[in-house]
Design a protein around this ligand. Sequence first.
Ligand code: GLN
Length: 199
Amino acid sequence: SVLIGVLALQGDVREHARALEACGARTVTVRRASELERVDALVIPGGESTAMWKLMRAFDLLEPLRKRIEGGMPAYGSCAGMIMLANRIVDGMDGQETIGGIDMVVRRNAFGRQVDSYESTIEFDGAPLEAVFIRAPWVESVGEGVEILGRVESGESAGRIVAVRQGRLMATAYHPELTGDHGVHRYFVDLVSKSKDEE
Ligand code: GLN
């Protein structure tokens, strides 16, 4: 089976690990570059992207993360993790950097600051999924190589892109680790398994 690292600087580390394990993967927490070297793939949980960026700098993880992603390591980012995988961000803090990898522009706190969190049923890869948004970003625009896996379906933000994939990288604006529905994690574990078979 595949070994998936869960970046453990911040966020729902245990919940992601449990969901991945329910889908047949082995998991390990990742806090240093040496731990990153061992994994087949990485999940970047939600949290606060400005804090995560500073922690990545403090732990000397930003360059190793960029190198592994450029080298083809699959990665999945949820919420702040989506921000970290974006090539460009809007409404970032001054100087805020990302790891990058997905050719998209992501807007931080896109649903408005007054909207702390909400839930909505959203299609993911052709099946309905209960999506939990917490001070979530959305995707403003994507480049040609990016596949759109989900959009907000109703309300003011209807049509906004909230799930994407580019090659071995994927991201959701919402938190699938907080529900019992493992559709997103299963999709990622399948992607990681296929990537490993190709090597
Ligand atoms: N608003 C957060 C940020 O900008 C993301 C929120 C989350 O990950 N739940 O990083």
